[in-house]
Design a protein around this ligand. Structure first.
Ligand code: NAD
Length: 442
């Protein structure tokens, strides 16, 4: 099939690369010329395991192309995916202006029948707006559909290639059939392709993200209560996870969720409800707990130093919002680092892949180091934000020698608290620490 992808970010680029891998002829378009120039050299500007190799292979085989010209995509593609960003507006609602701009452009260039699919996460009714927008610009026949994307940054290629399920929102069986055929190589293990109405597909994406975010906020609340009553959230997690109805995943407390999806999608869902005069109370609470979780982690650090961080040297491990990605959008690390810097601490940061992105955001406000141990040299404390594998079993003896004080604030519960305390560290995790959380929350 000839397929066009508009927007070559995490979703568009992975979608394009994976669809070319199964033999389709794919053309990816973006308004960002630098991105496209780099992609033409098989150089993605984002980090995603396995992606560069896919792009190299399929570009070489002549199945994957890149352009900044929308008309080229519309002319050459039977199915056109819209995968542009839908960032939050000031009031939390989703900004769909990029999606509608693309729709306007498609309408302008349409000469033959095409299927236009929204892949961006969009509020209910947006795909219908895409249809109306294109219809306003042309008399040529076309159809629209919604295929929300469920991939996760850090394992995006793997997720696209082996999805838990594919969701197709379509109001014509013929359109659903074509999209099913396109997705068939990815569901050979019989994972379901679920065909639903367009509105259900759009809402399902928000519902999935909000439920996952709610699990995280729920565990964070339980973790905070553990600290108050002297229970251990690591034990509670095992007990909860062993219940089949609950399941083991997404039960890790931490410093709050970040990234480009959960924060914005929970807020957008709340906003969608508000527009319909329906109060989504659980989603609102999920968002509030998440904001509080970052604040609480910071208050733990501040409390330890009795509010005086002036002149303190703080090492930081991990900047990206989770492991295996370079994405810093809404990363809790940025919140904590901002607090540290504005309290007068000197901050020394390490991340395996996000340093370049961090420089764009943090500039000269922090020191950047090559090795995670360098961030510990002379540090009054180490703060861990991201669960990178390489941080899981460090040389604690070496750390103790090079740190000024062996103090760790671990926002990801990477280590065994007892072991660390036995070898002389002051160790503060989430839901396991001996800090007075009740006092911190006031
Ligand atoms: P992104 O910011 O990484 O990429 C979006 C791309 O769209 C950018 O390269 C931008 O230059 C391009 N763009 C913007 N306006 C354009 C236009 N008018 N024409 C052509 N290109 C344009 O975003 P992303 O993370 O890939 O997310 C895209 C959508 O997919 C969002 O709606 C997001 O919520 C959703 N989504 C994201 C993820 C994720 O993990 N990142 C997962 C599932 C769904």
């Amino acid at each position: 099939m000839n397929i066009g992808i508009i927007g070559t970010g995490y979703v568009g680029l992975v979608t394009g690369a994976c669809l070319s891998e199964t033999g389709n002829n794919v053309i990816c378009m973006d308004i960002d010329e630098v991105k496209i120039e780099n992609l033409k050299q098989a150089n993605p500007l984002i980090y995603e395991p396995g992606l560069k190799e896919l792009i190299e292979r399929n570009t070489k085989e002549g199945r994957l192309h890149f352009t900044t010209d929308l008309s080229e995509v519309v002319r050459n593609s039977f199915i056109i995916f819209i995968a542009v960003s839908t960032p939050p507006n000031g009031d939390g609602s989703a900004d769909i202006s990029a999606v509608l701009n693309v729709a306007r452009g498609i309408g302008e260039y349409l000469e033959d029948y095409r299927i236009i699919v929204t892949k961006s996460t969009v509020p209910v009714g947006t795909t219908e707006m895409v249809r109306d927008t294109i219809r306003g610009a042309t008399d040529v026949e076309f159809d629209v559909a919604s295929c929300p994307e469920f991939l996760k940054e850090g394992s995006a290629v793997e997720d696209f290639m082996k999805p838990d399920r594919v969701v197709i929102g379509a109001d014509k069986a013929s359109v659903a059939g074509i999209l099913k055929e396109m997705y068939s190589p990815f569901v050979r293990t019989s994972n379901p392709v679920i065909v639903v109405g367009i509105r259900s597909a759009e809402l399902a994406k928000y519902a999935a993200n909000a439920m996952l975010a709610t699990r995280i906020s729920f565990m964070n609340e339980i973790a905070n209560l553990c600290e108050i009553v002297g229970a251990d959230v690591l034990d509670i997690r095992v007990i909860l996870g062993s219940d089949n109805r609950i399941g083991r995943s997404f039960l890790f407390p931490g410093i709050g969720y970040g990234g480009s999806c959960f924060p914005k999608d929970v807020k957008a869902l709340v906003s969608m409800g508000k527009q319909m005069e329906y109060d989504l109370r659980i989603c609102r609470a999920t968002d509030e707990v998440n904001a509080m979780q970052k604040e609480l982690f910071w208050r733990k650090i501040k409390g330890y130093f009795r509010g005086d961080l002036g002149g303190k040297r703080i090492g930081v491990w991990g900047l990206s919002f989770k492991a295996k990605t370079d994405d810093l959008r809404e990363a809790p690390s940025l919140f904590v680092i901002d607090k540290l810097v504005s309290s007068g601490a000197s901050v020394c940061v390490h991340d395996p892949v996000s340093m370049e992105n961090a420089r764009k955001v943090l500039g000269n406000s922090v020191e950047y180091v090559q090795s995670n141990y360098d961030a510990c040299i002379n540090a009054d404390a180490l703060v861990i934000h991201t669960e990178w594998n390489e941080y899981r079993q460090p040389d604690f003896d070496k750390m103790k020698k090079i740190m000024k004080s062996p103090v760790i604030f671990d926002g990801r519960n990477l280590y065994n608290p007892k072991r660390l305390r036995d070898i002389g560290f002051k160790y503060f995790g989430v839901g396991i620490s001996n800090v007075n959380t009740q006092k911190l929350m006031k």
